[in-house]
Structure formats: C-alpha cells, structure tokens
Write a protein that binds this ligand. Sequence first.
Ligand code: 5AD
Ligand code: SF4
Length: 347
Amino acid sequence: MTSEIKKIIEKPELSRDEIIMLLSVDSEAESQLIFEKAFAIKNHIHGSKIYLRGLIELTNKCLKNCYYCGIRSGNKNATRYELSEKEALQAAVLAWEQGFGSIVIQSGELKSEVFASKIERLLQQIHHKTNNELSVTLSCGEQTLDTYKRWVVAGAHRYLLRIESSNETLYYKIHPNDQMHDFQTRLQALHDLRTAGFLVGTGVMIGLPEQTIAHLADDLLFFKNFGVDMVGMGPYLEHHETPLFEKNHLLWSESTRFQKSLLMIAILRIMMPHINIAASTALETLNPLGRQKGILAGANVIMPNVTPLEKKINYDLYDKKPHLYNDTEKIVQAAKQIRDTNFLNGG
Ligand code: 5AD
Ligand code: SF4
C-alpha cells in the first residue's frame, strides 16, 4: 500500500480512483507521505512564503437559509450587525499598516442596490487610503453579472464563492431546494465571476453529513476542471441552532474531519501546484495548530480576522469559532508568527 501511495503522488495527473485511494488513507505514515509531497510542491512553486489576507466580516445579515450556517436568515437568535463604511475602512487600513498585501471582505448574501453601492464606495476608498497597495478579495455571495463588473471596475481583484459541494444531490441536502438556493445558479455565478474579470476562488466543506470520499474526490476534480485560481475549504463544524445539527449522529469524528481536510489540501496541491490554497480558520477549531498543519499539507494562505472584536463575535457560522474573544492585535501577531516560521527546518 505504501509503495502504491508513493507511486501515485509522483504522477502528473491523478485519476478519480487514485484520488479516492489517497483520500482513503488512514495511517499516519501514509498521510505524512502525501503531506510531505504537497509541502515540497508548494515550496518549489511558491517558495517558503505564506500570504496573509486580513479578513473583514462586513455583515452577518444574510438573505439565505443554508442548513449548516449559524447566521442563516432563519436563525432568529443571531444578533445582526453591519460595519459602517468607516469601520470597514479602518479595518482595511489596519491590515495595510500591518504590512498585509491583501484583504478579504466577506458578508452574508445581500442583493440590494444599497449593498452593491456600499461595496463599490468601500473599494474606492480602500484603494485611495492605501495608495492602491492592497489587493482586495470579495466574498459576498451570488450577485448579478452587472454587480460583479461594477466591483471589478471599483478595484476588487478576486472573488471567493464556495460551491460548498459540487454534488447536486448533496448540495440540496444542505440547502433548501428553492430558487434562492439553486445549484445551477451557483455554478453560473462562478462563470459570471470569471467573465466579469475576477480571479475566481471556490471551495467545499469537508465531513458534511452523508458526504462520502467519492464526493470529495469529485470536488477536487471539479476545482481542476473549472481551473480555479484559489481554494478555501475546511471541515464542516456543527452549529446547534441549524437544521443540519439534527444529522450530527451521521458525522465523522472531529479527528477524521480534520485529517480528511488536510488530505484534501494536500491532494489539491499535488493536482494544482500553482493555485492559492487557504488554511481555513475552521481547521483551527479542530486543532490549535490547525493552520500550521494546513501549511505543512501544502496551503500557502492564511486569513487572520481583522474585524473589530465587538462585531465579529456575532459572525457565528459554527460553534466554537476560534479567536472569537481575541483582539485584533493578538490575532495579527499569531498570524505573523506562522508566516515567519521556518517550516523547512521543521517549524
Ligand atoms: N461549518 C463549516 N463551515 C461553514 N461555513 C458556513 N457554515 C459552516 C459550518 N457550519 C462556511 C461556508 C461558507 C463560508 C463563509 O463559511 O463554506 O461559504
Ligand atoms: Fe448566508 Fe453564507 Fe451562511 Fe449561507 S453560508 S446562510 S449564504 S452566510
């Protein structure tokens, strides 16, 4: 088995069966072979550099009702907030002053003209205040092609829109089957983003109830076939106020979800050496060294949260979100420490 794994990870193209075989390993030694190969590829292509993207959680208001998410519109217990333009701008400037090359502006899905123009103005102000030195990624859900174009013109470079699962049947097990959560519309949105001129990122959750290893293999092939520019993916984590919580008895253990998430990162790095892959915050919920382990499995981006403390406590996607009560300074220091770690010397 070990010799077979060694052979597979040297191949330039992986078949579906080979991906399934890699995702199925459960021994420490075999996982380590895959992680080491992915880490070597990351270092060969991207150098030892890790990119920091400051995450600004602009608002937890959302029109959607995804079954897994704590800030879904149906959760009446969520305390809603929205950063003012001034607050968001301050967070962006803070990231810039800290030497970050980029930020991510994330929000629930809001579709109004008021929202579209707020983002537009914010982008313009951010570039003005930071000498055009910050690269901005947006993650604000499905919008019209016209809105995407406006945001590109206003200076956004990348867009993250997770497909959540590339399997349509599973997609409808974790979303309502209605017009607002239409799988084909989401696929179209990824194409529209590219048409509008964005570098496009997507991703999935790993360890969802009823998700199989074959689903995950197909997710990796989906990323490859689409030719994504970046991927952010991480373990599914339960939130006690969501419908999916009822399926908790079907979940893999936390350690399996963690291990499969690292394997997903590593196999993707082997399949797509050049893209950006984030070590997600959710990894850290399952292991205090989650992001470092993500890097050692081939990730090259981490996204420290620079949202003001009193607001972000309500960006409550899943239970036990890390750093919820840490202030920005501590978070930035921790992220810089990871960035400046010499992983090549064993960390
Ligand atoms: N567990 C893990 N990730 C989650 N997200 C939302 N809810 C959860 C959860 N319960 C992720 C989704 C979404 C991103 C903003 O957060 O993948 O795209
Ligand atoms: Fe809204 Fe995103 Fe949560 Fe779905 S996952 S309910 S779109 S914030």
